[in-house]
Design a protein around this ligand. Sequence first.
Ligand code: IMP
Length: 190
Amino acid sequence: MSFYTPETVLCNNEVFKVMLDQNQIQSRIAELGKELDRDFEDKKPIFIGILNGAFIFLADLMRHVSIPCEVDFYKLSSYGDEKVSSGQVKQRKDIDADITGRHIILVEDIVDTGLSINYILNIVKQKNPASVSIVSLLCKKDAIKYHVDVDYVGFDIPTKFVLGYGLDYAQEGKNLAQIYVLDENSNQKD
Ligand code: IMP
């Protein structure tokens, strides 16, 4: 199978370079899968993917988990087409599953300010689950404004805009199989 893994990407007239390659991403996800297997054995957790960004991570993560589990989706939007958060979260789709008394694993692509995950956490907790855990592939820990404990972090990254592997810039770049960051040298103006 061949995935889309260019060395650099031009997106909205800005150049992005590889920050995390396919091997780094996949081997970290395999480790996270093992941790979840261990921590949720006999708990039949429900993974709740936060759309749109988390769809690729969730699909790969679930294939590294070998305990019985279920999946559902919550859809949010906060970024619009910009590189900084709009600061406003909108719910686009609620979950369908009855999560009362169930063990929930919220799956995020990236925690930036923490606004989105806090918003969902509050909604999910009101539905009386047995437990709620958070797994995020990426965490910009220096950008957190709304405190949240992320239980499983794939990679801590600097406060820089990234794209690829489900993350987009004005809707582009989700199909890249690696994570890219703005190449400040290539984008420097003379
Ligand atoms: P937060 O609410 O500020 O934590 O932002 C979380 C959401 O913003 C993520 O689920 C992403 O959809 C989006 N986001 C945050 N940082 C980035 C980035 O660097 N690239 C693309 N999307 C991002």
